[in-house]
Ligand binder design. Structure first.
Ligand code: EPU
Length: 356
């Protein structure tokens, strides 16, 4: 195990902010993890667990020991009910996993294509897109619980998943997720509830009527078809994401910077009077979810730049590092957006990534 001093984290966070880790170690096995935690404990170093760094705002150097997992193995275990348990090491890049499961004839993760980051970090914010959340597909998480020094297998209920939320996010640095297990099938019904996705799929199926028969369940009946359909959904999600979301390798970002806020029906009705075009989705419990991107866009923030950071030109929900920005400048911009949105709409935006 090689502990590096003063390691730059520029390449380890998708914003590309150039902060340093006081100490940094890459680990590959359970034993190395336990060793690294012991060394940190012996030296009184705080521990920071770094995944793919794609949901992180680094505003300062990190004291203590940064632990980075690099293990990427995937293990497939066919079950008697026809499903397959896929056990994935934490360091496996998420999108590689999605493509690999599809190539292995397994469906269910296609709507989550092209989400940046590593698999071990995916349960932390319960990644979600185009009508599917990680919690819908996850079987269990294997993790090391630092306070009790025990290895645990947590089921979805134990993870207390919510919208971009989990026990791992609420109790930071307590759990080290080393493996995530998914239960996948070759015939998961496609999820096309998200309008933009259904529309894009319909455009494709209009060109090729064999592909789809309706916009809610355009799945074929032959044995190989669900997988072909899932691959088509994956390709379509990739296209939509590429058109709206900047590639972190080209323009530093952490995907959606704010959560879509939930407000009461009364509040929404008042806002619809003052802002008739406001985008909202009923949640079925009397509350509504607002498109935070629309709120920010409406206030004219889309495309703005300040101190090396800015708001993405194609999607106002995404804050970007224009190349020479830092975490402090980004947080100043975020605070300005939060204040304006609150003043104009009476809505308090919550930051989605973890701020350090
Ligand atoms: N909109 C605007 N202007 C903008 C951005 C959006 O008017 O600048 C409007 C759009 O026209 C649309 C609505 O806002 O009517 C929603 O936009 P979009 O479909 O792009 O989805 P989103 O609410 O912005 C959420 C997730 C994304 C996820 C997509 C698809 C959150 C915080 N974000 O974005 O997740 O990919 O839906 O499911 O829930 C992420 O978490 O990093 C992420 C990208």
């Amino acid at each position: 195990m090689n502990i590096i001093c003063n390691q730059s984290l520029k390449a380890f966070n998708s914003f590309g902010f150039a902060v340093q880790a006081e100490h940094f170690v890459s680990i590959d096995t359970d034993d190395e993890l336990i060793d690294a935690l012991r060394i940190a404990n012996d030296n009184d170093w705080p521990v920071f667990l770094l995944g793919g760094g794609s949901n992180l705002v680094l505003t300062q150097d990190i004291k203590g020991l940064v632990i980075h997992q690099t293990n990427t193995t995937t293990h497939y275990d066919k079950q008697s009910d026809g499903s397959t348990l896929v056990t994935v090491d934490a360091g496996k890049p998420w999108h590689e996993l999605v493509l690999e499961t599809l190539d292995n004839g397994l469906t269910g993760l296609e709507n989550l294509s092209l989400i940046p980051g590593n698999t071990g970090a995916a349960p932390v914010q319960n990644i979600g897109a185009y009508g599917v959340e990680l919690a819908d597909r996850m079987h269990s998480v294997r993790c090391y619980h630092r306070p009790s020094q025990q290895w645990l297998t947590l089921l979805p209920d134990d993870c207390v998943f919510g919208y971009r939320d989990s026990v791992f996010k609420r109790e930071p640095n307590q759990y080290v997720i080393t493996q995530v297990v998914f239960q996948l099938r070759s015939d998961t019904p496609p999820v096309l509830s998200y309008k933009a996705l259904a529309r894009a799929m319909n455009v494709i199926s209009d060109r090729n009527p064999k592909v789809a028969s309706s916009n809610t369940n355009p799945i074929g009946t032959g044995p190989g078809e669900p997988v072909a359909q899932a691959k088509l959904i994956s390709d379509t999600v990739i296209r939509i994401r590429q058109s709206k979301l900047p590639d972190p390798k080209q323009l530093g970002n952490a995907g959606s910077f704010f959560k879509n806020p939930v407000i009461s029906k009364d509040h929404a009705e008042a806002l619809k009077v003052s802002h008739p075009d406001i985008v909202s989705y009923p949640l079925g419990d009397g509350q509504l979810k607002l498109a935070a991107g629309w709120l920010i866009d409406e206030l004219g923030f889309r495309g703005i730049e300040a101190d090396g950071v800015g708001v993405h030109t194609e999607q106002a929900l995404v804050l970007v590092n224009r190349g020479d920005g830092d975490g402090q400048a980004l947080m100043a911009l975020a605070r300005a957006i939060i204040d304006r949105v609150d003043k104009e709409f009476g809505v308090k935006l919550e930051i989605e990534p973890i701020v350090v």
